[in-house]
Design a protein around this ligand. Structure first.
Ligand code: G3P
Ligand code: CA
Length: 327
């Protein structure tokens, strides 16, 4: 689906309005109204698809307002109009998959336990809500099946695997037992081996390789390079890349090249509305945020339209200061 959408974008991008103009002007005068109408259609089509709405993914749920990776946070994300939720997952000693970000429980509870060496029952004793606010006292670490159960029919979940490929058989069992469709469950991980193993075991489920960037101070280049990202993602069979949202590292060329390579492009974690708008204009498929409500408000506005065509363009440019089409 994402690949098809990208293909559509490339088709539209490759056929510019100025090409249309050239063709139109070289034809007879009587054909002008027909060509004018056609140009308007192309322009409207471009306006609505080049800046297609990016999905809003609630990072650890609506985690600015609720304790991360809890059912309270995920439920709030749906109330805040997120398209998807993102959560972090580990395998416990008794082979249950639990939702927590760190390898230990210290940051989100009053006790410090290593998640991978605990049983589910050990972890269930903990209160992982009070650290955020008293109103969330008693919140428990959820299991993956509980998280899957809270995903509505038209929404998605990004399942970030924080451990190694040893989680894959249990992940497959939990996903198979869920009523969610394969395209509602995206598997994401920084660990390339996990993505490779996930795609091998569950080719029908989307999997995106997570990438963060470092600047090489001696050359000023951001690493890994776009070439390297595309090469690795393709080698492991990823359907897309989920990139740290650094606007210096991830520019239009980066996003376009990934699209041409058949990869969907996702970015995290963007809480600044301007930056989210910037990424949406680059054409990313999803934006992960701690503030789904604010991004929904900002990104749901009609996208800024392309520059007018001087001679054939009959429609007035938007005049408000944000550049968005007036409602
Ligand atoms: O969505 C990807 C993002 O969550 C990766 O970073 O540390 O928040 O898990 P982290
Ligand atoms: Ca995460």
């Amino acid at each position: 689906m994402a690949k098809r959408l990208r293909h559509k974008r490339w088709l539209i991008t490759s056929r510019t309005i100025s090409e249309s103009q050239t063709e139109a002007l070289s034809m007879c005068m009587w054909a002008r109204p027909v060509i004018l109408g056609w140009s308007i259609c192309v322009w409207l089509c471009s306006a609505s698809t080049l800046h297609a709405q990016a999905l809003i993914v609630a990072h650890r749920g609506a985690s600015r307002d609720a304790p991360e990776n809890t059912l309270a946070s995920f439920t709030l994300a749906w109330e805040q109009q997120a398209d998807a939720i993102e959560g972090d997952f580990y395998l416990t000693r008794d082979r249950r998959i639990v939702c927590i970000h760190d390898a230990t429980t210290e940051r989100v509870s009053s006790v410090n336990l290593p998640v991978a060496q605990c049983t589910l029952d050990d972890l269930r004793q903990l209160d992982v809500g009070s650290w955020k606010a008293a109103g969330f006292a008693g919140a428990k670490i959820p299991t993956l099946p509980e998280v899957l159960d809270c995903v509505p029919k038209s929404k998605q979940v990004f399942i970030e695997i924080k451990c190694g490929p040893e989680i894959i058989p249990t992940l497959q069992t939990d996903l198979q037992a869920s009523s969610l469709q394969p395209d509602q469950t995206a598997i994401i991980s920084f660990n390339a081996e996990v993505i490779e193993a996930a795609k091998r075991a569950m080719p029908e489920r989307p999997a995106y390789w997570l990438v963060k960037f470092d600047k090489d101070e001696s050359t000023g280049r951001w690493l890994p390079t776009c070439d390297k990202v595309i090469h690795t993602a393709s080698r492991i069979g990823a359907d897309g890349v989920d990139l740290a949202g650094d606007v210096e590292a991830v520019d239009q060329a980066f996003v376009s090249r990934c699209g041409q390579a058949g990869l969907s492009v996702h970015v995290w974690t963007i809480d600044d509305v301007r930056r989210a708008e910037q990424f949406q204009r680059l054409g990313v498929d999803s934006i992960t945020t701690n503030r789904p409500r604010e991004l929904r408000k900002a990104l749901s506005k009609p996208s800024p339209l392309p520059a007018p065509v001087p001679t054939l363009h009959p429609v007035a440019q938007p005049t408000n200061s944000s550049g968005a089409t007036p409602r």
